[in-house]
Design a protein around this ligand. Structure first.
Ligand SMILES: [Mg+2]
Length: 227
C-alpha cells in the first residue's frame, strides 16, 4: 500500500526550464541595455550551449559568454546580466499548476512526502525555499547526500529510509524516464511520469502511470489503494 509520495524537483514540481529560458532572455536584455552589442536570439542560444557543455547549474555562464564574445570579461555587462537574470529568476520560478493544493491534500490524507533531486544541495534547497515548500516535505535527498545521480539505487534507497518506508510503499513521480522511472522501478517503487513537465516528446515513459496534470496523482493513489 502506498504510504509515501516522492517527487523529483526540477520539471516535476517546478517549471525549471521555463525559469531558465526567461532568466537567460532577461540577462541578454540586461547586457544589451548596458551597451553590449549582441543579437538577442543568438546570444541566448550561445548561453544555453554553455549550459549544455558545463551543466545547467553552472554559475559562471555569463562570464564565459562575455569572454567568448569580447575576449575579456566586461564587468558592467556582467553585472547587468546577472542582476537581470536574478530578477527574472525570482519571478519565473514557480510550481506547476495544482502542485501546492495537491501537496496540501496529500499531507492531510496522511501520505509522507519526499524529494529526490540530482541538483546540488544548495541549489535544490534554494529552489524549494523560494517557492515556500520547505515545510511540506518529510525528507529531501539531493546530490550531496549520496554523491550519485539517479538512476543509481542509492538516492532512492536513502529517501525510503529517511521516510521510514519500504520502497514498495512509495510512489515516485518524475519527468525523466531514464533517471526517475527506471531508477525507482529497480528498487521496487511504483512510478508516475510527470508528462506535463516532459520536454522531449516522450511516447513510452515506462512508468505505471502518466500524469497529464499534477493533480492526477490523487487519482493514481485511489487506483493504488484499490489494487
Ligand atoms: Mg526533473
Amino acid at each position: 500500500m502506498i504510504k509515501a509520495v516522492v517527487f523529483d524537483l526540477d520539471n516535476t514540481l517546478l517549471d525549471f526550464m521555463q525559469m531558465k529560458e526567461r532568466s537567460v532572455d532577461s540577462a541578454v536584455r540586461g547586457m544589451i541595455e548596458a551597451g553590449m552589442d549582441i543579437d538577442p536570439i543568438k546570444a541566448a542560444e550561445k548561453i544555453f550551449s554553455i549550459y549544455w557543455q558545463k551543466g545547467v547549474e553552472y554559475q559562471e555562464v555569463l562570464d564565459d559568454f562575455i569572454e567568448k564574445e569580447l575576449g575579456e570579461v566586461n564587468y558592467k555587462y556582467l553585472a547587468a546580466g546577472i542582476v537581470a537574470y536574478r530578477k527574472a529568476k525570482e519571478a519565473s520560478l514557480v510550481p506547476y499548476p495544482y502542485v501546492n493544493s495537491t501537496l496540501q491534500k496529500l499531507a492531510k490524507m496522511g501520505y509522507k512526502l519526499g524529494v529526490v533531486s540530482d541538483a546540488p544541495a544548495r541549489e535544490a534547497w534554494m529552489r524549494i525555499c523560494s517557492v515556500n515548500m520547505h515545510h511540506i516535505f518529510d525528507a529531501v535527498v539531493t546530490f550531496e547526500d549520496t554523491g550519485e545521480h539517479k538512476p543509481s539505487a542509492k538516492p532512492f534507497r536513502l529517501i525510503a529510509s529517511r521516510l521510514g518506508c519500504e520502497a514498495e510503499d512509495i510512489l515516485m513521480v518524475g519527468d525523466w524516464p531514464e533517471r526517475d522511472v527506471i531508477g525507482a522501478n529497480e528498487v521496487g517503487m511504483r512510478t508516475a511520469f510527470a508528462k506535463y513537465g516532459d520536454r522531449f516528446g516522450t511516447v513510452h515513459s515506462g512508468a505505471d502511470y502518466d500524469l497529464e496534470n499534477f493533480s492526477d496523482i490523487l487519482k493514481v493513489l485511489e487506483l493504488e489503494a484499490g489494487r
